[in-house]
Design a protein around this ligand. Structure first.
Ligand code: UTP
Length: 228
């Protein structure tokens, strides 16, 4: 059975756009796929975590505490996905990669949010993928792949369908960690993915058909990093 780690952004789960319908469809898809594929789902915090981080920063809150606020929101979102999965996954979000691995031994679907300060849930997904020797990581995002520039701002942004691990490392480089970033994939996660040569598939999470194909390892509309 293939092992697949999915990193799903909070901006995909609950953008306040038919969220109940989307979550219901996503849960149905995950349950049906879990008969063929071992699934680890890492849930992000999205705009709600960014909102807390922005307000907290105005109060001069330490970056580490801002990260902890972000982690709390990711776990809240993870709990919502667990609710949608109605008994088909673990009951409480795993709080560490090691705990997720243990839970995975008797649950077909494992759900978790963030872990410790200093990275995003993409980084958690990459660490987990390294630990469980995943066949692929699927990054379910708000856009349908990696673009040359922000497609929401620039009309001439072009979609990149294939990327090497080296190109991923180049585009995720950051100088210094600060809570609440929003990048293609976080720098720590990109390094783990590249070091272990784990294919990374970037797909629009709201497009359940594309998401299903990516999770199955079939052809899909999005960006493939490190494909053959
Ligand atoms: P996210 O993973 O949601 O960050 O974590 P993001 O890249 O902004 O995500 P999406 O894709 O739009 O959902 C939210 C924040 O929580 C903290 C970080 O500050 C991060 O920016 N965090 C999260 C941690 O410090 N550690 C973790 O393991 C996870």
């Amino acid at each position: 059975m293939d092992i697949v780690v999915v990193s799903i952004g909070g901006s995909v789960l609950i953008p306040d756009d038919n969220d109940f319908e989307y979550l219901s469809g996503l849960a149905e898809l995950l349950v049906s796929l879990s008969r063929k594929v071992k699934l680890y789902i890492v849930v992000g915090g999205g705009r709600i975590s960014r909102y807390y981080i922005k307000l907290g920063r105005k109060f001069g809150v330490d970056e580490r505490i801002l990260d902890e606020m972000g982690v709390s929101v990711t776990r809240l979102n993870a709990k919502l996905l667990i609710s949608a999965l109605s008994g088909n996954s673990n009951e409480y979000p795993a709080t560490s990669v090691a705990e997720a691995v243990v839970i995975g031994s008797d649950h077909p679907i494992v759900v978790m949010g963030g872990t410790t300060p200093g990275h995003t849930t993409d980084g958690v997904a990459a660490s987990l993928a390294e630990f469980v020797q995943a066949d692929r990581v699927v990054n379910a995002t708000a856009v349908d792949g990696v673009y040359t520039k922000d497609p929401n701002k620039y009309d001439d942004a072009e979609k990149i369908t294939e990327m090497s691990f080296e190109e991923l490392l180049e585009c995720c480089k950051t100088s210094e960690w600060k809570a609440g970033p929003s990048n293609v994939f976080d720098a720590m996660g990109a390094e783990i993915i590249a070091k272990n040569r784990i294919p990374l598939l970037v797909v629009k999470g709201r497009d359940l058909e594309a998401l299903e194909s990516a999770m199955k390892g079939g052809s899909f509309s999005g960006t493939t990093v490190g494909g053959e």
